[in-house]
Design a protein around this ligand. Structure first.
Ligand code: SF4
Length: 228
């Protein structure tokens, strides 16, 4: 499988924030989000290395953490995620999979961290082909529903403007089964100042609905840097 990086850090988002984990970042994505902050692992990447499942397992085990985060790009594009997640789980690691919720595989997973993309992910400036690809693929509530029914989960929505909250509500209505305390609202931000500027209205809305505000703690701890 194509791997952009494997590193140890703290989980910066969601219910396992602060948990020291080994991150495995696969290369490749079926979306083209305008706000993508990991283009080196998505469609623009020509870097990284090809590793076998066994090699990835070996590297993960060298870090000696109890948690592993399988992320991307879109890790669900790789069928090798099935043996990788099962082997790591069999070795006693807790597995988080970070996905946009447009694809599914029969993986082993302790936390399916699903981040459905709203219309604010529109790839401004992209080619017509990429725009079509993004807009066709990004919204798959039937896949998200299946993931929610199958795995422990959290739903993370990136919000930029107060209007985005209406779209979150519509999305959740179409899902029907998401529990409010599993819904995380995350500011679109690449700098701590941007994030903090959006915190108040997001927190206010989250508390009214029983959702959670989700700061991106990796920005606070490390800044907008790769490998964190
Ligand atoms: S789903 Fe994630 S990796 Fe893929 S383009 Fe969107 S932000 Fe980037």
């Amino acid at each position: 499988m194509r791997i952009a990086e494997i590193f140890q850090s703290k989980q910066g988002e969601g219910m396992w924030t602060g948990v020291v984990s080994t991150f495995v970042r696969t290369i490749g994505c079926n979306l083209r989000c305008g706000f993508c902050d990991t283009t080196y692992a998505s469609w623009k990447s020509e870097e990284g290395e090809t590793l076998s499942v066994e090699e990835v397992v070996e590297r993960v085990m060298q870090y000696n953490t109890r948690h592993v985060v399988l992320t991307g790009g879109e890790p669900m594009l790789n069928s090798e995620l099935i043996p990788l997640s099962r082997i790591l789980s069999g070795l006693g690691l807790k597995i988080t999979i970070e996905t946009a919720g447009t694809l599914e595989l029969p993986v082993a997973c302790d936390l399916m961290s699903i981040s459905p993309k709203l219309s604010n992910s529109y790839p401004w400036g992209a080619t017509d082909k990429d725009v079509r690809l993004h807009e066709t693929n990004r919204k798959r509530p039937e896949i998200v529903r299946k993931l929610i029914e199958t795995y422990p989960y959290q739903l993370k929505f990136v919000v930029d403007e107060p209007e985005d909250l209406l779209e979150v509500e519509e999305y959740l209505k179409s899902l029907e089964i998401a529990r409010p305390e599993r819904v995380y609202l995350m500011p679109m931000a690449f700098e701590v100042a941007d994030m903090n500027a959006k915190a108040e209205w997001i927190m206010s809305f989250a508390s009214q609905r029983g959702y959670r505000y989700c700061p991106r703690m990796q920005l606070v701890w490390y800044g907008n840097r790769r490998g964190t």
